[in-house]
Design a protein around this ligand. Structure first.
Ligand SMILES: O=P(O)(O)O[C@H]1O[C@H](CO)[C@@H](O)[C@H]1O
Ligand SMILES: O=c1cc[nH]c(=O)[nH]1
Length: 245
């Protein structure tokens, strides 16, 4: 089968994938693989394959926003991918989780438009338990900064208009951080019967009481992105060990 948006043949893909918004982050993740090979770079979707500690993995960028990312997730699943881990960035809602921290998303609020066109309102956007546990175990084993686990929020909006961001409401409800694609990933994974999880590097505060200028290009953020990449790859190794045992 040919995946015509990703421009990749299904037979070229393994069963496990890491996904991220930025095509340059996909290339960075690929540097951690043995025998990494770039298969395609079509629109925002850049696809690599390689191995990490003997585990075959695909690395694919999905761009910014749920609608475009959903096309990537759907094609990967059509191509036979069975586990997808998002390796992203997000804004924090709490002073306990500053820039440079990692958050493992257990579930995400569906504050975006894409999933409303897929499932009814009450349908949850929830991560796979085994993937979440593997991510948290791998991230805490690495050390080097705060690692939190909890509910995230997925929005379509990055720069607001005249409607207020819902940050205060969700912060009061205990949501940890905001980004733009996790809910789409979790809903699509549930619908199609595959496993998904997400780990995100915090690049600043999204809540306006705490927020400074948005700047994801700091050493603290780069270090956190490096840690989340290794944590996600280590999680795939942990998951492979339990599925083949
Ligand atoms: O760092 P990535 O994976 O792109 O994720 C976050 O960064 C982008 C916004 O700058 C959105 O895609 C958001 O979800
Ligand atoms: O969507 C995003 C991603 C990173 N940081 C934010 O504040 N929002």
């Amino acid at each position: 089968m040919y995946l015509s948006v990703l421009e990749v043949g299904a037979e070229q893909l393994p069963k496990l994938a890491l996904v991220c918004g930025d095509p340059r982050r996909a290339a960075l993740i690929a540097t951690k693989l043995t025998d990494a090979k770039e298969l395609a770079f079509a629109r925002e979707y850049r696809t690599f394959v390689g191995t990490y500690e003997g585990v075959a993995v695909a690395v694919v960028s999905h761009g910014v926003g749920s609608a475009g990312a959903a096309v990537c997730f759907e094609e990967l699943i059509k191509g036979g991918i069975e586990t997808i881990i998002r390796v992203g960035t997000a804004g924090s809602y709490t002073a306990d989780i500053p820039a440079g921290s990692l958050v493992v998303s257990t579930a995400s609020v569906r504050a975006e438009g894409l999933t409303k066109q897929l499932v009814p309102d009450g349908f949850p956007a929830v991560a796979d338990g085994a993937v979440t546990n593997a991510l948290y175990e791998a991230a805490t084993a690495l050390g080097g900064g705060v690692v939190a686990k909890g509910i995230t929020l997925t929005l379509d909006v990055f720069f607001n208009g005249v409607v207020e961001f819902p940050h205060k409401l969700y912060k009061a409800a205990g949501v940890l951080a905001v980004e733009m694609e996790i809910a789409a990933l979790y809903v699509i994974a549930s619908l199609r019967g595959v496993k998904a999880g997400a780990i995100i590097a915090i690049d600043g505060y999204a809540d306006s009481d705490l927020a400074a200028e948005y700047n994801p290009h700091t050493n603290a953020v780069s270090d956190a992105v490096e840690r989340e990449i290794i944590a996600a790859l280590d999680a795939l190794v942990l998951l492979s060990a339990t599925t083949t045992a």
